[in-house]
Design a protein around this ligand. Structure first.
Ligand code: SRM
Ligand code: SF4
Length: 570
């Protein structure tokens, strides 16, 4: 095992990939970001700094719809920046939401984007507006630190279980985990908030080269798996007995990212490796991070996620290494059961008498459109609402902790602005998720957010034909195989291959604990509909009572069940 060990502070400048060099030379994430921001010659920043700003929650992008025209006109691409806030558990107060939405109005493309990891994103922020926007986010006591980069990212938590007290407790754990695993460099304050320069002498958990790759953590509260806990590097499943949190099952090695036609890369569902008590949670998280820091692949980035570290070492070696780092071993995992990974829409009252309203936000995009003045409506609601806004892991929004006396007012605003709380859509549309893709994502090969609604309308015609409109089928679409909408956990998954062409995957479970598998490659819309129609017809006629589509296609032999990520390609 020792030959695979890489001590991060001993950067050798030779075998390590270029991102490792950039991190080690960055003086704890500073680089030349400060100078690049005031360079008036270009709307971009230099290549090395583009790597570093991710750790500050920022990506440089350009508008891909305009790229060719600008090239023809000999203009540089229309550079702008995407900013992502760190919002543990997806919770923001009404007052915070008001400021975040105003920032979107003033500095971004006029929309707020809710992400699949319960965060807010602003797209289209020009370089000249970056500092004001980041400072504005900070003024709400939220921030963008570690929202991206080779560190632990936004910690997710189940949005709204029936028992609000347990939810509150789990949310506090999500916040503690997020704080505990934050990088400690003062670079963020210096660059964005004009803070005093304080020499960073060490990063106690991460070291100078941080992690080999991004790292993601989530906590789920059964029976709801709305955070897709199995897709995370590190997952915790809350174990509740007699209305008390007794601890967490620990999961490691989940992830979705892969590349087309590259069997070295694959999505993987996490392994359940044991149980810990609440007071052991931070130590477990830190030790998993440290093991990945020391054993993760720092040469080949595409193989650097924890899932590959685990498959390289073997799960037993990984577990014993974790025990060495902890100084003790995890207990045996406890039984649990999930029922689904979607959201529940509409009104819900919790035991404290407060109301919660889950809204359907198509692909998480909060924007005014001819169909609904969603952006303006939520602003109006935030002005009278005293509770919180909670982002779900399916890019939806819960207006949470509504006092009984404001319920009617909020309902009136929902009606006035044509906002949906799932009352007008089919269960399949409500179970669909799409990533951003074009025009902002530099890695997109095909449309997702802008296309999925139209495709679902066409699939709904087939569902109606076979009397399946009331049956939820979990559909996920992404513009490339990086997997940002967790497409490999969709009962039907569409993954972009080229403009207008998708790979079709089938057979994931409805509760998010089994991957799907490639069914047809590189097909266009008509081919998609032609492939799905006979399957749905058969499903309508032959399904067992309560049987989900993902289970049905396996039972009928249309596709093989994938129990392990390593079987994904075979
Ligand atoms: Fe993602 C890269 C958007 C959740 C796996 N993701 C990107 C980038 C930043 C593209 C880039 O590197 O230039 C995308 C920016 C698009 C844009 O314009 O906003 C992007 N990812 C998103 C979001 C906004 C999708 C959404 O529609 O909500 C999600 C933001 C989450 C957040 O708040 O932190 C988002 N990304 C995910 C998820 C889902 C999850 O974490 O539960 C995954 C799959 C899980 C996983 O990590 O394995 C995911 N994104 C990736 C990958 C592949 C990583 C890998 O292991 O190979 C990339 C590419 C990369 O890292 O090189 C990527
Ligand atoms: Fe971009 Fe691909 Fe992620 Fe979609 S899945 S947002 S296309 S990186």
């Amino acid at each position: 095992m020792s030959d695979t060990k890489i001590v991060p502070t001993q950067y050798d400048g030779f075998t390590h990939n270029d991102v490792e060099r950039i991190k080690v030379q960055s003086e704890y994430l500073r680089g030349t970001i400060k100078d690049g921001l005031v360079d008036p010659v270009t709307g971009s920043i230099c290549d090395d700094d583009q790597v570093l700003i991710k750790f500050h929650g920022i990506y440089q992008q350009d508008d891909r719809d305009l790229r060719n025209d600008r090239r023809k006109s000999k203009l540089e691409p229309l550079y702008s920046f995407m900013i992502r806030a760190r919002v543990p558990g997806g919770v923001a107060s009404s007052a915070q939401y008001l400021v975040l939405a105003e920032l979107a109005k003033n500095y971004s493309n006029g929309s707020l984007r809710l992400t699949t990891r319960q965060a807010f994103q602003w797209h289209g922020v020009f370089k000249r507006n970056l500092k004001q926007t980041i400072a504005g986010i900070n003024s709400t006591l939220l921030d963008t630190v570690a929202a991206c980069g080779d560190v632990n990212r936004n910690v997710m938590a189940t949005s709204l279980p029936e028992t609000s007290e347990i939810h509150q407790e789990i949310y506090q754990w999500a916040k503690k985990l997020s704080e505990h695993l934050l990088p400690k460099s003062n670079a963020f304050h210096e660059i964005w908030l004009d803070g005093e320069k304080i020499e960073t002498t060490e990063e106690p958990i991460y070291g100078k080269t941080y992690l080999p790759r991004k790292f993601k953590t989530a906590i789920a509260i059964p029976p709801h798996n709305d955070v897709d806990v199995y897709a995370n590097d590190l997952g915790f499943i809350a174990i509740i007995e007699q209305h008390k949190l007794i601890g967490f099952n620990v999961l490691v090695g989940g992830g979705m990212g892969s590349a087309h036609n590259d069997s070295q890369t694959y999505p993987r569902v996490a392994d359940v490796i044991g149980f810990c008590t609440p007071d052991q949670l931070l130590a477990v998280a830190e030790s998993v991070v440290r093991v990945q820091r020391d054993y993760g692949n720092r040469e080949v980035r595409k193989l650097a996620r924890l899932k590959y570290t685990i498959d390289r070492l073997g799960i037993d070696v990984f577990k014993s290494t974790l025990s060495e780092y902890l100084g003790w071993s995890l207990d045996t995992a406890k039984p649990f059961d999930f029922t689904g990974n979607g959201d529940r829409y509409g009104w819900l009252q919790t035991e404290n008498g407060k109301w919660h309203l889950t809204l359907y936000i198509h692909s998480g995009r909060i924007i005014d459109s001819p169909h609904s003045t969603l952006f303006s409506g939520l602003l109006a609601i935030a002005k009278i609402h005293q509770g919180e806004f909670r982002i779900t892991g399916n890019q939806n929004l819960i207006i949470s902790n509504i006092a009984p006396e404001t319920k009617q007012q909020i309902q009136a605003l929902i009606n006035k602005h044509g906002i949906s709380f799932g009352d007008k859509e089919t269960p399949t549309r409500l179970s669909s998720v799409a990533c951003v893709a074009f025009p902002t994502c530099s890695l997109a090969m095909a449309e997702a957010e802008r296309y999925l609604p139209d495709l679902i309308s066409k699939i709904e015609v087939i569902l109606e034909q076979y009397d399946l409109l009331e049956q939820p089928i979990n559909i996920r679409m992404t513009g490339c195989p990086n997997g940002c909408a967790r497409p490999f956990l969709g009962e039907i998954g569409f993954v972009g291959k080229a403009p207008g062409k998708y790979n079709l995957y089938l057979g994931a479970s409805f509760k998010g604990d089994r991957l799907n598998k490639l069914y047809k490659e590189n097909i266009n819309e008509q081919q998609i509909l032609d492939e799905l129609a006979p399957l749905l017809k058969d499903y309508a006629g032959q399904r067992n009572k309560g049987e989900y589509f993902g289970d049905f296609v396996i039972r009928q032999g249309y596709i093989r069940s994938v129990v392990n990520g390593l079987d994904f390609h075979g």
